[in-house]
Design a protein around this ligand. Structure first.
Ligand code: 5AD
Ligand code: SF4
Length: 325
């Protein structure tokens, strides 16, 4: 048995996204209804011990990087302790909406967290309130500054542009990030919302974004590697900007990631329709070797691509917040 997570298309999974909770303290309109979602029952969530154990097994199979996600990972109690246990095992990063970073950036960095991606879709507090249904724009902005101060470098900003909502801000967001030394990444909106209201026509495409930015900045392609973002040097660099064209420029052929949901299900793609129930195996007393075999079997079932552009595409039954962003 080779100690790797290989699929039938020759890809090796080396990056694991671990969702720590499906809960969130914002209610972004494209992600959740105002009232929230039926949260996972607490007993179904993996404990810290269970997460550490599964990450150890994944590491024995070649996983080298772990990104903590949610929901909103900063709302998980005891996060700093979990980070301190995971950091010696893998290169650790985290995706957050930024709320709570003013308090947590420093302890998380001290516990071994390397980097953060902070989601911010607008520079206008009123628009932030409309988009997230919470009046907390300045806390996010303060959180970004706290991340830099804590040495979590590079600090990246994730932005989803939506037509008629915030698509007039691409350039402002880039200039704002450039001034502060943040690396901006635009993400094409994907069909992952529980309301099933995704509309291809509302999605702002990678091409449109690049067109807007190129009108004011010189963009030259930078090294991409396995990262989903296509990255450009801005005005000769070293500043960079990324665009994740998940829908119009899919990168499935070089995908190296898999996902563990907060309730212990292994998924080989955001858009997978199948999950492997590692939590049940774990709680039934599976050995590390048995868990490894399960992980390998799941990864062998990884599909060639997400299929968003296929006529028979079906959205996954879980929303993004319950899968992990
Ligand atoms: N499409 C693209 N990105 C999304 N995010 C949430 N829902 C979607 C979607 N449907 C983003 C968030 C955050 C990251 C975790 O994923 O804005 O930046
Ligand atoms: Fe929370 Fe992220 Fe969903 Fe917004 S997109 S509601 S920040 S999980």
């Amino acid at each position: 048995m080779t100690a790797a997570l290989l699929d039938t298309f020759g890809r090796a999974a080396t990056d694991l996204r671990v969702s720590l909770t499906d809960k969130c303290n914002l209610r972004c309109t494209y992600c959740m209804p105002a009232e929230g979602l039926p949260w996972l029952p607490a007993p179904e969530l993996l404990t810290d011990d269970e997460i550490v154990r599964l990450v150890e097994v994944a590491v024995s199979l070649g996983v080298r990087t772990v990104r903590l996600t949610g929901g909103e990972p900063l709302v998980r109690p005891g996060l700093t302790g979990l980070v301190a246990r995971l950091a010696p095992l893998v290169e650790l990063s985290l995706t957050t909406n930024g709320l709570g970073l003013t308090r947590l950036a420093q302890p998380l960095a001290a516990a071994g967290l390397r980097r953060v991606n902070v989601s911010l879709d607008t520079l206008r507090p009123q628009r932030f309130l409309d988009l997230t249904r919470r009046d907390r724009w300045s806390e996010v902005v303060e959180g970004l500054a706290a991340a830099v101060a804590a040495g979590l470098a590079p600090v990246k900003v994730n932005t989803v542009l939506m037509r008629g909502v915030n698509d007039d801000e691409a350039l402002e967001l880039l200039d704002w990030c450039l001034e502060r030394g943040y690396e901006l990444r635009f993400i094409e909106q994907m069909p992952l919302d529980p309301q099933h209201s995704w509309d291809r026509a509302v999605m702002v495409t990678a091409e449109e974004i690049l067109e807007q930015l190129s009108a004011h900045h010189t963009l030259t392609p930078a090294e991409r590697g396995h990262a989903p973002a296509e990255v450009w040097l801005v005005d000769g660099g070293p500043a960079r900007v990324g665009v994740v064209g998940s829908v119009t420029r899919p990168f499935c052929g070089s995908c190296d990631r898999i996902r563990l949901t907060a309730d212990g299900q292994l998924r080989t793609c955001l858009f997978a329709r199948e999950e492997s129930d590692l939590r049940s195996a774990l709680r039934a007393g599976a050995t590390d070797a048995e868990l490894a075999v399960r992980m390998q079997a799941a990864v062998r079932g990884k599909k060639a691509g997400h299929g968003i552009n296929d006529p028979d595409f079906l959205q996954p039954s879980r929303p993004m917040s319950a899968i992990g962003g």
